[in-house]
Each structure stands twice: as C-alpha cells, then as structure tokens.
Ligand binder design. Structure first.
Ligand SMILES: [Zn+2]
Length: 452
C-alpha cells in the first residue's frame, strides 16, 4: 500500500516531518517514509491512497483503561475518587462475561474509530462465577483487529481488611496470583508484532495487600512480563498510604519492588521532586489520564517535570465511568491544556502532546522498537487524519490542527498494515450493533445491581 500527498509526522527521535510525503507499507511493516511522492518503480502495489488534505501519524497508543466501566458511565457525577469507588463497587461486583464482552466491544469501538491502534485494558474485578472475563475482552479486541495489552488485575484487600472494595468483590491472594500466571501462560505473545500481551496488574495500594504487591512483582519478573497499577492518584490515596504503611505511595512502591523499567503506573498526580527523580532514575513509566483526573478532581500530573526527568509518559483514557467520552484523540488536547494550566504556556507543545499519545505510549507498554513512530522496519500501525474540512482547514500547521482542533475524522487507520477504519467507519465491527448490545447489557447490570 502506498500513501502519498499527505503531511507526515513520523514522531521519530528527530521529530522528522514532511509537509507532503509518502509512506509505503509492505505486509505488516513500514517499508519507506519520506518527502514527496513514493519512489518510482515500486512493484506489486495493491493500493494507492491519495492523502491530499490529510496528516499521517503513528497510530495512537492507549496506556490505561477499564473496559467494563462502559456499562456504568454517567454515575457518581460529582464525586472524588474514593466516594466514586465506594458508590460504584457494589454495581461493578455484579458484572459477568457477556457484560464484559459488550463493554469491551463498546470501549474498543469508540477508541479505534478515533485513531487508536494499540489498546490496553486493566481489569481487576473478578466476581466469583462471573465467567472468563479476560477472555471476553481478548475476543472483543481480536474481532475489531486492534493490538492489545490486557493487564490482569486483582484485588485482595476487601472492606474487612481496611480496603475500599466490598469483600465479595475481591479474590484471595493465591487465587489472584494463580489466575494471573495462567493468563500469561494462555495468552501472552512476546514476539515481534504481537497482537496480544499480558501484564500483571494488582489494582492499587488501597485495594491490594502488601503481600500481593510483592508477589506480583516477583511473578511478573519470573514470567518476563510487565507490571501495571494505579499510583499517586489523589491526596486521599497519599493520606491512606501514610496511615497504613507509614510512607507515601512512591516509597511504598519502591519497598514492594514496584519501581523499574518494566513497570508503568496510571496517574502519578501527587509526586514530590524525590518521587519524580525515583521514577526517572528507575525508568518507571506513567500513563497520564488528564480527563479522568479532571473529572474526579484528582489534580494535574507534573508531565513536563516527568519528561525532564526522563520518565516514559503515555496517555490514557482511563475507565469511562470517569471519562465518559472514551476517546484518546481528545486526550492529546487535554494533556496540553491541563499542563499549561499547571505550569504555563511553555509546559507542553503540540508536538510533545502527539509524542505522548504515540511513541510515549509505545515506550510505556514496552513496545517502542515495534510501534509508536513511522520508520522503516516498524509495524504499519498508522492513521490518516482528515484536516481539510470545516473543523481544521484554516489551521496551517497540521499537528496544531490535530492537537488543538476538534477531534479529526479518521479516513484510514491501519494495524499491522490491515485497515481497521475506512472513512470514519470500523471495517470489522458494526458500531450500531455494538451500541445496541452495550445498552442491553448496561440495563441488565443496572437491574441486577438494583439501580433500575
Ligand atoms: Zn484507572
């Protein structure tokens, strides 16, 4: 496939851009990227795409989500994190396999339609007898054709142990570890171009025992997979850590083996200078979720300081019960806006925002050698954004159009060279069918949980 006549933002190390350039895709790989038209004399070209009026970027990489929350959007509208969790846990504890499948299909359809080519989910609610919840998500991701990291979460600190979730929503420590190990053995594909990877992901310090934190880190390192959790999201969490562990979240993570280049954490809003330095020194990554942090009034992460310290930073939608939009393309803009509200007009540029949503995400997921930039030999995960319509045609800088403007329509999105979106429409799933299914399952959950 040859894409020509489009602006190209490669997001490579030098930030190479072409005002008008080409991308050549061969099989699942990028064969060439450069200025002007594609080289003459290419043989075996099956499709030529005229990218006039478009910008080509690497596909967006989401680094934090909770698909199941698609069924509980718009609830606890005016709560902070802890109140929101306490209100929603009893409902979440009623989820089952068909609900999680529907929620995953809805979450994924929303993101993929908007330029996401690598999705991630952190699933940590496993009610007894609910079925194969991780398997349901994996099925939904395979059907839509997106690259996927499934983080097998866990909770073993119920209300009676001083945690936030109700006791009936948590597993035992041993059950959680055994199921996580089994998920890695069954599903994890570490090969180049993998469509499915598993990470080890206990939920958060306030829902997980210290033993589960420690043993999860050991398990992930024994199996050679990545580690993920929530960290330093709110002031209440910081207070909780001091009361329970006698130290702040970052020190607690360090004491349980949770800082390192194989770890990434969601949020990291409340970080001291020493915490930022600890993340930078160990290569611990961050999934920055600006909309969710605003929705729950958690605060604004110190992204410019994290980047300056060498911390890998990607963007996250977070669960859609705290970011009802479910989009990642809007997080580019929101990351820039909140960074400037916190640290001034030079805090983050449009190009840095694009890098967070692409290469930064690839780094955080441990896949920067495969995805996140448009370079020969990398996987052909890319998006052709339409920027000559009403919403963008008067913005001369294509990257400013993408980041500062309204969400840009996706004309074409490729995952490993395979189209997953054509002219704004999912190629392998019907979004109206998904909308109907998710509404049905959301009503069933509300009814079981006594909300309706
Ligand atoms: Zn989260």
């Amino acid at each position: 496939m040859v894409i020509e006549n489009a602006a190209v933002a490669t997001v490579d190390a030098a930030g190479t851009e072409y005002a008008s350039g080409h991308v050549v895709v061969a099989g699942n790989l990028i064969e060439a990227v450069g200025p002007g038209p594609a080289p003459a004399g290419l043989t075996g070209v099956r499709r030529r795409v005229d990218g006039t009026g478009h910008l080509v970027t690497p596909g967006l990489v989401n680094t934090h989500h909770h698909f199941y929350q698609w069924l509980t959007r718009g609830l606890a509208q005016d709560s902070n994190l802890f109140d929101w969790l306490v209100e929603l846990y009893p409902t979440w504890a009623r989820i089952d396999e068909p609900m999680v499948y529907a929620a995953a299909a809805g979450s994924l359809a929303m993101m993929v339609r908007g330029g996401v080519t690598t999705a991630m989910d952190h699933h940590y609610v496993f009610p007894r007898g609910a079925g194969d919840l991780l398997g349901a998500e994996i099925r939904a991701a395979a059907e839509i054709g997106v690259r996927f990291t499934a983080a097998r979460g866990s909770m073993d600190r119920g209300r009676s142990q001083g945690g936030l979730p109700p006791d009936f929503a948590v597993e035992t420590t041993d059950e959680a570890l055994a199921a996580t190990e089994e998920a890695v053995a069954t599903h994890h594909d570490p090969s180049f171009g993998s469509m499915l990877q598993i990470a080890v992901a206990p939920c958060s310090p306030f829902s997980v025992s210290t033993e589960l934190m420690r043993r999860s880190a050991e398990l992930a390192r024994r199996l050679g997979v990545r580690l993920h959790t929530h960290g330093s999201e709110t002031v209440e969490e910081e207070k909780f850590c001091h009361e329970l562990f006698g130290m702040g979240p970052t020190d607690y993570f360090e004491s349980t083996g949770w800082l390192g280049p194989d770890v990434w954490m969601a949020h990291c809003v409340h970080m001291s200078d020493a915490d930022v330095a600890a993340f930078g020194g160990t290569g611990t990554g961050v999934a920055h979720c600006p909309s969710s942090n605003a929705r729950l009034a958690a605060g604004i992460a110190r992204v410019p300081d994290l980047l300056a310290a060498g911390v890998p930073v990607g963007l996250g939608v977070d669960g859609t019960a705290s970011n009802e939009s479910g989009e990642l393309r809007t997080e580019l803009r929101n990351a820039l806006l909140v960074a400037r509200l916190r640290a001034g007009e030079k805090a983050l540029t449009v190009r840095q925002a694009l890098r967070l949503g692409t290469y930064g995400g690839a780094e955080v997921l441990g896949r920067a050698a495969e995805i996140g930039s448009l370079e020969p030999g990398k996987l052909a995960d890319l998006v052709l954004w339409k920027i000559d319509g009403l919403a963008h045609s008067t913005i001369a800088d294509p990257i400013a159009a993408l980041v500062l403007g309204a969400p840009a329509p996706v004309t074409l999105s490729l995952v490993g060279g395979v189209p997953v979106v054509e002219h704004g429409t999912l190629t392998r799933t019907d979004e109206h069918t998904v909308a109907h299914l998710t509404r049905t399952e959301a009503r069933r959950l509300a009814s079981i949980a006594g909300l309706a």
